[in-house]
Design a protein around this ligand. Structure first.
Ligand SMILES: Nc1nc2c(ncn2[C@@H]2O[C@H](COP(=O)(O)OP(=O)(O)OP(=O)(O)O)[C@@H](O)[C@H]2O)c(=O)[nH]1
Length: 696
């Protein structure tokens, strides 16, 4: 089984056999000194920075734990400076800028990240990058699924250096995902930044996630620089987009809105200056005792759990004894470093900086996002942290072949080490055997998880239709959250139930005015209630609806796109629970309920949905040796029924005469076919047919 690593391997520290055996980036000229023997040798450095590195003596060998280097004077060399050759302890908080790039999907965040890293010399430009095929490197989209789908799923950080006003600054960039499912990644990233670049595509204008991300950044008290991107496109209309940006996002008239082409690099260098000029430095204190915010983590097969932290105060170095305020567990720091954009070990991380810590954690469950790390034995003011990720929808996940349960279990285990926003519980289905009930942040998140299970871990899974978590309030006041339709109270249990509630969202839709009728119809069909609508600019409308979350899970987004010829965009916020007249629909095959096919519906939709599912089943169930009756039942009544008539199939009937080998072959083939059938009660369904019903 091939295991792809979502991030590049953390390099082990360079061990040198002698002080002369220097890594390539130190060879150009160096000032080498040993901590144990504090002699410093300085070599000439005609056209590059001077370097220093710290060495310790062990077994008479000079071993350089982590090589760092320092430019003595920032004026002796023009052009970018290699971050790998700089002593980052030289950057006090006032010379640090931590910023995130936020935007609607596809407005160019990852492309801008590429350009920033290239211009600052952190990564090679495409022409010099080995094997590079074009301008878009998307270096921060490290997952295979991100590259295949062209979307960012996981926020990534990268540090770089930029010179402004004669001084070098350390910039830590966080590239965030644009899709609403990954808003949690965005909010975590914002907690580690002081400012944000809010990109707006100059050909598309303000979109739903532009507004959502703007409010998120505001709520985090970040300084926002709106940036118009893609000005090179023939359809770009930067003047009118700037007007709507100013109006919707309430940007002051005197605030400059830079215009760039992230693709071509136009205006990007000036943007680097603006980041330093306009975004605040972290207010961290170097002299206070160490505190850091854990804002992300991932699992690396070689080094275990890697924690991404923003150092709020003080400094943390290799060998330090630190503790987690959240779990009370203590650790010795085995490695610290920054992402540049690959992991780059350092001797220490200082106040204001963003980097990683490797602590020898046994499981990524120990790494609680939002946790405070501090030096063990010292008092600490715990940082506020943030709410854990909340699962918005749940699905049953089963192995396609029931003998492969262990393989699926192992794959889910490993994948959740890297995606702790997925909640996992074991469940058993009468129809499908052992499986899991997983909680996801949205349908795209669920789809990406399924794809990663298959591609990275070779585990193919059947996913039941997703459901939202329903709240059941029983007589007497006890509350229960139900995330599996099979456990939803049937009509026979209703006497004990006081209220049933479903989760609601406030949806923001942005679309050209000519689609107003279609958009209102769409929201109405999905049980929406209009709250507000106004003109965003001369031609576009921004509309707010209150909608049940269960209604936007499956086809809503596709319908929205097709009804608006792709122009409408949509975002939503969770706004809590609301009472609703919900019922469970059971599907029966020859009178036996099929648990994985049950669903929860609004009473008004039950009849239509029952007809659809029974019809779909009839289309996919092959005729069998007996009649198959398909029924949908709601509140104890059968409300839809289809029948698949019986068939006696004799596969050898065509083989008259004595060709026994041909007969044997046909029987063998039939046996093989049967193996691939799934038995639901006494009804056999081909695997393909079954998948077509459960996986929407
Ligand atoms: N013409 C033009 N295309 C651009 C520019 N910036 C980005 N693009 C293109 O826009 C598409 C989306 O760019 P990305 O950088 O992947 O966008 P993103 O915001 O990171 O996307 P998500 O992470 O999925 O939200 C790609 O095809 C880019 O090549 C630009 O300045 N000009």
């Amino acid at each position: 089984m091939r295991v792809l690593q979502p991030r590049t391997r953390i390099p082990t520290p360079v061990n040198l056999k002698s002080a002369h055996d220097t890594p390539h980036f130190l060879r150009r000229g160096l000032a080498l000194r040993s901590m144990a023997t504090p002699t410093t040798r300085t070599l000439a450095c005609p056209n590059g920075p001077l370097f220093s590195s710290w060495a310790t003596k062990s077994n008479n060998l000079a071993s350089i734990g982590t090589c760092t280097a320092q430019r003595w004077s920032s004026t002796n060399v023009d052009g970018p400076m290699d971050i790998k050759s700089v002593d980052l302890s030289q950057f006090p908080p006032e010379r640090v800028r931590n910023f995130s790039i936020i935007a609607h999907i596809d407005h160019g965040k990852s492309t801008l990240a590429d350009r920033l890293l290239e211009i600052t010399g952190t990564i090679p430009t495409p022409s010099s990058a080995p094997g590079s095929s074009g301008r878009n490197q998307q270096v921060l989209d490290k997952l295979k699924v991100e590259r295949e789908r062209g979307i960012t799923v996981k926020a990534q950080t990268a540090s770089m250096l930029h010179k402004f006003g004669g001084k070098w600054y350390l910039l830590n960039l966080i590239d965030t995902p644009g899709h609403v499912d990954f808003a949690y990644e965005v909010s975590r990233s914002l907690a580690a930044s002081q400012g944000s670049l809010l990109l707006v595509d100059a050909s598309q204008g303000v979109q739903a996630q532009t507004v959502a991300n703007y409010h998120l950044a505001k709520a985090n008290n970040l300084t926002i620089i709106p940036v118009l991107n893609k000005i090179d496109l023939p359809g770009a209309d930067p003047d009118s987009v700037e007007d709507s940006v100013r109006m919707v996002l309430e940007i002051a008239e005197d605030m400059e809105i830079p215009r760039i082409s992230a693709k071509k690099g136009e205006g990007v260098e000036a943007l680097l200056d603006l980041i330093i000029e306009k975004l605040p430095a972290p207010t961290s204190k170097l002299t206070s005792s160490f505190r850091s915010l854990l804002f992300d983590n991932w699992y690396d097969t070689y080094v275990g759990v890697v924690c991404l932290v923003a150092v709020i105060d003080g400094k943390v170095g290799k060998g330090d004894k630190i503790a987690s305020a959240g779990t009370g567990l203590k650790y010795e720091v085995s490695q610290v470093g920054i992402m540049a954009p690959d992991p780059m070990p350092l001797l220490a991380l200082h106040a204001g900086q963003v980097g990683y810590l490797i602590l020898g954690m046994k499981s990524s469950h120990e790494a609680r996002v939002g946790d405070t790390f501090y030096h063990h034995g010292q008092d600490v003011d715990v940082l506020p942290g943030f709410q854990p990720a909340k699962s918005m929808l749940f699905a049953g996940v089963y192995p396609v072949d029931s003998t492969e349960f262990e393989k699926l279990s192992e794959a889910i285990n490993r994948l959740t080490l890297n995606d702790s926003s997925v909640s996992v519980a074991r469940e058993t289905s009468a129809a499908l055997g052992q499986g899991f009930r997983l909680g996801f942040l949205g349908t795209l998140h669920m789809d990406v998880f399924r794809q990663r299970l298959e591609e990275e871990y070779g585990a193919t899974a059947i996913l039941s239709s997703p459901v939202v978590p329903y709240k059941i309030i029983r007589k007497g006041g006890s509350e229960q959250i139900i995330n599996n339709p099979a456990a939803f109270p049937d009509h026979s249990e209703r006497a004990n139930v006081d209220d049933i509630q479903e989760p609601m969202v406030r949806a923001t839709l942005i679309f050209p005015e000519e689609y107003l009728g279609e958009m209102m119809q769409l929201c109405g069909d999905h049980r929406g209630e209009q709250e507000d609508y106004t003109y965003l600019d001369d031609t576009r409308i921004i509309m707010k609806y209150r909608l049940p979350m269960g209604e936007i899970l499956t086809d809503f987004y596709d319908e929205l796109k097709s009804l608006s010829s792709g122009y409408a965009t949509f975002d939503y916020d969770d706004i809590g629970y609301q009472s609703s007249d919900l019922v469970r629909m059971n599907v029966l095959l020859n009178s036996k309920p099929v648990d994985v096919l049950s669903s929860v519906l609004h009473r008004s939709q039950a009849e239509r949905a029952s007809k659809i599912i029974t019809k779909r089943l009839k289309d996919v169930i092959d005729r069998q040796l007996f009649e198959v009756v398909i029924q949908a039942e709601v509140a104890g009544k059968i409300i839809a029924r289809e029948t698949v008539s019986a068939l006696r199939k004799n596969v050898t009937a065509k083989c008259y005469g004595g060709d026994i080998t041909r007969k044997m072959k046909l029987l063998e083939k039939q046996k093989e076919g049967k193996k691939k059938m799934r038995a639901i009660g006494n009804v056999k369904l081909s695997q393909e047919a079954f998948l077509s019903i459960v996986k929407k």
